[in-house]
Design a binder for this molecule. Structure first.
Ligand SMILES: Cc1ncc(COP(=O)(O)O)c(C=O)c1O
Length: 431
């Protein structure tokens, strides 16, 4: 047989467990700080089952049958493709593969945890969910999950992205969501900022603060979180568990696994199951795990490993991770989803012990959109601007392999599609 171009798993191979890396880590993950009762306050903000899942000691966590069914309805398992067009274009001896999280109903990997968190919220009797969103992908995922499970949803969306992404706004509203530009007039924190600047462009940290305040003030409301926290990464391991199975079918062990990186949810979900295998001594090859980020928010590359607040209003407890600090002013980029000041505690821990590497690309994003254009021409699929950072890094590594004449196996995660980001392509590539 010729090259295997695509591996699709049968539906009965959809994983039955999520992977929790905490028991496999070489050391204890630093815990959040309970300053001024902030940890107790979390029970009035976050989904109760998720708080429990934040510090589990078991390695394998059963996915509720109802959530598995939701995953099937969302089209899981998702295929892994061989990028033969890109290999040919680059004339590289490397074998390139990409995981298709762009095939999700709302356009990104974010549904993997949205479905789980909203399911647990409904189980606990909540009738409304609120959340923040940067790129809009997380907000759409929560709106979608809430719609399937009959909950109301409110999305606080960083104003800058809210304003140019009119079509994604419509998409969220089709699911019945209330969608607000953040800072908004709906929360005390938002009103304070608007008094100072009525056109405040917002940040993810501010939108998180608004969602947290809303959840605190409304008993029927809870706040699903889109990235950073341990349980979010755990729900996302559905990606990496499928990839491990798909690589087994291909008889491949990767040399490099690459994901784009904002707070760490797609990178973690994609890489942690394989990192776990390495930590347990089940892989006898040196695998590099590479996070691709922006110079606008290079938390892993330039941040300091220390305790910091995940939100601008300092409502949530301080956690330990690589951070640019919660008041850091991040310049605008088209890949809005990568613009976050802090990296997940788990990925930060792994970076600190040298198991995860990171690279940051220029804020002008030219190299990123050029990589995306090459991918579109060679493979035909339109990646989200965020995912194009992973594509850039894959291309760079494939070219290095070419220079060295090495047959590397490189696997990248395509975290989302760019059908609602065409304006960004138009502006950067001057189409
Ligand atoms: C398509 C896509 N990829 C990646 C990210 C970055 O987030 P994370 O690092 O949590 O995967 C986002 C965030 O909004 C996104 O929308």
């Amino acid at each position: 047989m010729g090259k295997v171009i695509q591996v699709s798993l049968p539906v009965d191979e959809l994983p039955r467990y999520w992977y929790n890396i905490l028991p496999d880590l070489p050391g204890k993950l630093p815990e959040p700080l309970n300053e001024d009762g902030r940890i107790e306050r979390l029970k009035d903000i976050l989904v109760p089952e998720c708080i429990r899942q934040e510090s589990l000691s078991e390695r394998w966590v059963r996915i509720p049958e109802e959530v598995r069914e939701l995953y099937l309805r969302a089209g899981r398992p998702r295929p892994l493709h061989r990028a033969i067009g890109l290999e040919k274009m680059l004339k590289t001896p490397a074998r390139l593969y990409y995981k298709r999280e762009d095939l999700s109903p709302t356009g990104s990997h974010k549904v993997n945890t949205a479905l789980a968190q909203v399911y647990y919220a409904a189980e606990a009797g909540y009738s409304r969910v609120v959340t923040e969103t940067g790129a809009g992908q997380w907000g759409t995922a929560v709106a979608y999950a809430a719609s399937l499970m009959g909950l109301r949803s409110t999305i606080y969306w960083v104003r800058e992205a809210y304003e140019w992404k009119a079509e994604r706004r419509i998409f969220m509203r089709l699911y019945g969501a209330e969608v607000l530009a953040s800072p908004s007039g709906k929360t005390e924190f938002g009103r304070k900022l608007l008094e100072k600047d009525s056109r405040h462009k917002g940040t993810l940290g501010i939108a998180i603060s608004e969602a947290a305040e809303d959840a605190l003030k409304n008993d029927d409301t809870v706040y699903p979180v889109g990235s950073v926290l341990n349980y979010v990464l755990m729900h996302q391991t559905i990606i990496g568990l499928e990839v491990i199975r798909q690589l087994e079918v291909l008889d491949e062990v990767p040399d490099i696994m690459i994901g784009c990186f904002g707070g760490g949810s797609n990178f973690g979900g994609f890489a942690l199951p394989m990192i776990g295998k390495v930590l347990r001594g089940e892989v006898d090859k040196k695998i590099r795990f590479l996070a691709a980020q922006s110079e606008a928010a290079p938390n892993l590359v330039k941040g300091v490993y220390q305790y910091d607040f995940p939100d601008a209003a300092q409502i949530l407890p301080r956690i330990k991770g690589y951070t640019l600090t919660h008041s850091f002013d991040m310049p605008s980029i088209w890949a809005e989803g990568l613009r976050y000041h802090m990296a997940s505690p788990i990925i930060s821990f792994l970076k600190n012990i040298g198991m995860v590497e990171a690279v940051a690309y220029s804020k002008d994003e030219k190299a990123i959109f050029e990589a995306a254009k090459m991918f579109i021409e060679a493979e035909g699929f339109l990646p989200a601007p965020e995912s194009s950072y992973a594509i850039r890094a894959m291309i760079d590594e494939a070219l290095k392999a070419k220079d060295a004449g090495e047959e590397k196996t490189i696997v990248a995660n395509i975290s989302g599609h760019g059908f609602l980001d065409l304006e960004a392509y138009n502006r950067v590539l001057n189409l």
